[in-house]
Write a protein that binds this ligand. Structure first.
Ligand code: TRP
Length: 448
């Protein structure tokens, strides 16, 4: 089977693909809005700590399970199980992750569709189709259905081509584009009035908020979502890494890119909010906190762009293209989880499996679109606040308690001779065994 499986052709290819999965709406929208809603820099600080000390070890657990198994999540977890009970447990965790990825995609596609519609709007204005532009950015059933379908179509088109020609090729094209757009936007915003005030709000922490339980829960949730944990995605991406590669550094590099891009996105969004304020837009809600959530992206920022004249049209186009690109490199990873399972365990040909699963998830999205007020929040909460932490925690338990320590070590040794003498090996096994499951569990129960 392994001969017909895909594999990333280079280290760089893997890093961009995994960073592509990690960097998404979670970084560019979620992180800055959570920061805005949680007292600015205090949130940034806690987020950085949790990302490196809890999310990175859990991320490593998923990567190593996948590379060892060289297969989809269910099969990979089964390979490290020692008896039939553990194999049932493996199925529950692996399949649970796959379902979770599908659920996330079903709502993520809708939001990504909105981003695309906002990217189309400035174009319609330039060519004089104002009525179309107005339609495209107003909430309607038809608009939502149209754009979620276009977005799913793009996701399916990439995944149909498999690992090298689909995921890797497109990540190599889209990720550099994303970084260039992001940096140019930051450069421009910094020249505008109000930006320095925003920078202060973003970078000067209010230490009294650092231990606020709500802030901790949000920051951990955000870190898990951002690294795409607890959904089988990193198991499957890990399974496409060659045994010659050093997993420990690869994982660290991806985490670093993910965290850095979230940080950069904050450098764009928070100053942009204060620039908007300087030009008369309200950025504080009635309770005195910064506007966050959809209000920020779909009203404060467009108001800012409107006030910028012709530069605003260009800026708005670039910003929403950035959002759409980030969403696309993430959505392909969500689709790969279920697709690889059906291809490998049920013998369905890849193109057919991709199309069928894509249609199935699009149908879920349509159901959500028809019940937007109730279902969008429900599915998002179910999959990201319950599914991801629980499954992520169970993956750590697999690595810490079920996998024989020597086998785990020998997996890490391929690509990293001498790992047994490294600081990583002194700390990480205990971390995944005790610290990660305990902390994740604690934060999770606290949030209930
Ligand atoms: N990490 C992505 C983001 O920050 C979201 C994402 C991509 C994801 N793939 C995932 C989340 C798989 C959960 C599971 O937007």
């Amino acid at each position: 089977m392994s001969a017909s499986r895909g594999e990333f052709t280079s280290r760089f290819g893997f890093i961009l693909a995994a960073a592509g999965s990690a960097v998404g709406l979670g970084n560019i929208w979620g992180f800055p809005t959570q920061t805005a809603g949680n007292g600015g820099a205090a949130f940034v600080l806690v987020y950085l700590i949790l990302a490196f000390f809890l999310a990175y070890p859990a991320f490593m657990a998923e990567l190593v399970i996948g590379r060892h198994g060289q297969a989809n999540a269910v099969t990979s977890l089964r390979k490290i199980s020692n008896n039939s009970t553990q194999r049932i447990f493996a199925f529950i965790v692996g399949f649970g992750g796959i379902v979770c990825a599908a659920l996330i995609l079903s709502f993520y596609g809708i939001i990504a569709g909105w981003m695309m519609s906002y990217a189309v709007e400035p174009v319609t204005r330039v060519v004089g189709l104002t009525a179309v532009g107005d339609w495209v950015i107003s909430q309607s059933l038809a608009r939502n259905l149209l754009f979620v379908s276009i977005f799913m179509f793009m996701t399916v088109s990439i995944i149909r081509f498999g690992v090298e020609q689909g995921i890797e090729k497109w990540s190599k094209r889209l990720m550099p584009a994303l970084i260039i757009i992001l940096l140019s936007l930051i450069g421009y915003v910094m020249t505008l009035e109000g930006a320095s005030e925003g920078l202060q709000a973003y970078l000067l922490p209010d230490f009294s908020r650092v231990l606020d339980p709500n802030l901790l829960v949000s920051a951990l949730g955000q870190a898990f979502f951002s690294l795409s944990l607890g959904t089988s995605v990193m198991i499957i991406y890990g399974s496409y890494i060659s045994r010659k590669e050093n997993l420990v550094t690869l994982g660290a590099q991806v985490t670093l890119i993910d965290v850095s891009i979230a940080f950069l996105a904050g450098l764009l969004i928070i100053p942009a909010m204060y620039v908007a304020q300087a030009s008369g837009v309200t950025i504080f809600g009635e309770d005195g906190s910064l506007v966050s959530g959809p209000g920020l992206v779909f009203s404060v920022l467009p108001a800012l762009f409107d006030g910028m004249g012709s530069m605003g049209v260009l800026f708005s186009f670039a910003f929403f293209v950035l959002m759409s690109v980030a969403a696309l490199t993430s959505s392909i990873s969500m689709l790969e989880g279920p697709v690889s399972y059906v291809v490998e365990n049920h013998g369905v040909e890849r193109k057919k499996a991709t199309t069928l699963i894509g249609i199935f998830i699009l149908m879920l999205s349509c159901i959500i679109v028809f019940n937007l007020g109730t279902l969008l929040d429900f599915v998002a909460t179910l999959s990201t606040e319950y599914g991801q932490p629980i499954i992520g925690m169970l993956c750590c338990i697999f690595v810490g308690w079920i996998w024989h320590r020597n086998n785990l070590l020998s997996e890490l040794q391929s690509g990293y001779e001498g790992v047994e003498h490294s600081l990583f090996w002194k700390i990480w096994p205990w971390y995944t065994k005790l610290v990660c499951p305990l902390c994740i569990g604690l934060v999770f129960f606290n949030s209930l």
